[in-house]
Design a protein around this ligand. Structure first.
Ligand code: G3P
Length: 219
C-alpha cells in the first residue's frame, strides 16, 4: 500500500521523506491556507521540487470553466501534479474534459461507493473517500465497497483514502484493500512512537549497559 503525506508544509514533507515511508503528497485548500501567506502555485511548485511522486493539488472553485483553467495552470507547474476535482456535477464535467487533455485527476470529497463509480466512469485516475468524515456519519464499508466494485469491473483507478485521523484509520484502509492512504504527519508519528516499542528498547539498552563492557569485547 502506498502512503502519501497530507500536508503542504515543506519541513513536514522533508521529515517524512527522510523516514523513507512516503510515496506522494496530497493537499487541499484548507491545508494550503494553514501555511499562512504562501502563494498557492508557488507552494505547489516548492512541494514538487522535493517530492519524487504524485503531488495532489485541488481546484478552488465550483465553476466549470474556472476549475478547468486552474487545473491546466496547476498541471503546468510539473508533470507529477494530479488535480483534485470535487465530486459535483461540474466536477464530473471537468474530470471528463481534463481526461481528454491527458491531465490526471483525483475525484475528491467522495462519501459513497456510487460516487466513486461515477467518478471513475467520468475518467478520474484516483478516487478519494474521506474515511474519517465518513466514519463521523456512521456509514459502513465504503472503502471495501469501492474496492469490490472496482474489482468487479476491472477499473484501474486508484482508491486513495483521505481524512485519515487515527492510526486505526490507516489499518482499516489497508485491510479494506485501498491502494493509497494519505496521512498527516502527526498520525505517522503516533504509529512510529509506539509506547511498547520504546519500553522494550529501553529494557534492552539498560541491560546492555549494565551487563556488558563494549571495550572489553572489542579487545
Ligand atoms: O485529504 C483530505 C483530508 O485532509 C481531510 O482530512 O481530517 O479534515 O477530514 P480531515
Amino acid at each position: 500500500m502506498k502512503i502519501f503525506l497530507d500536508t503542504a508544509n515543506l519541513e513536514e514533507i522533508k521529515e517524512a521523506i527522510s523516514w523513507g515511508v512516503i510515496n506522494g503528497v496530497t493537499t487541499n485548500p484548507s491545508i494550503i491556507a494553514r501555511e499562512k501567506n504562501v502563494d498557492y502555485y508557488k507552494q505547489i511548485e516548492e512541494i514538487c521540487k522535493i517530492v519524487d511522486g504524485p503531488v495532489h493539488a485541488m481546484v478552488t472553485s465550483r465553476d466549470l470553466d474556472k476549475m478547468v483553467e486552474q487545473a491546466r495552470k496547476l498541471r503546468n507547474i510539473a508533470p507529477n501534479v494530479v488535480i483534485k476535482i470535487p465530486l459535483t456535477f461540474n466536477g464530473l464535467k471537468a474530470i471528463k474534459i481534463l481526461k481528454s487533455e491527458g491531465i490526471t485527476t483525483n475525484a475528491t470529497v467522495v462519501y459513497s461507493a456510487t460516487q466513486a463509480l461515477l467518478a471513475v466512469n467520468a475518467g478520474a485516475s484516483y478516487v478519494s473517500p474521506f474515511y474519517g468524515r465518513i466514519e463521523d456519519l456512521d456509514y459502513e464499508n465504503v472503502i471495501k465497497d469501492i474496492v469490490n466494485i472496482f474489482k468487479n469491473y476491472n477499473y484501474q483507478a486508484e482508491i486513495l483514502t483521505a481524512s485519515v485521523r487515527l492510526p486505526i484509520h490507516l489499518k482499516k484502509a489497508a485491510l479494506a484493500g485501498a491502494d493509497i492512504a494519505t496521512v498527516p504527519l502527526n498520525v505517522l508519528r503516533q504509529i512510529i512512537m509506539h509506547p511498547s516499542s520504546d519500553i522494550a528498547l529501553t529494557e534492552f539498552l539498560n541491560d546492555w549497559e549494565k551487563g556488558c563492557n563494549v571495550d572489553a569485547i572489542s579487545n
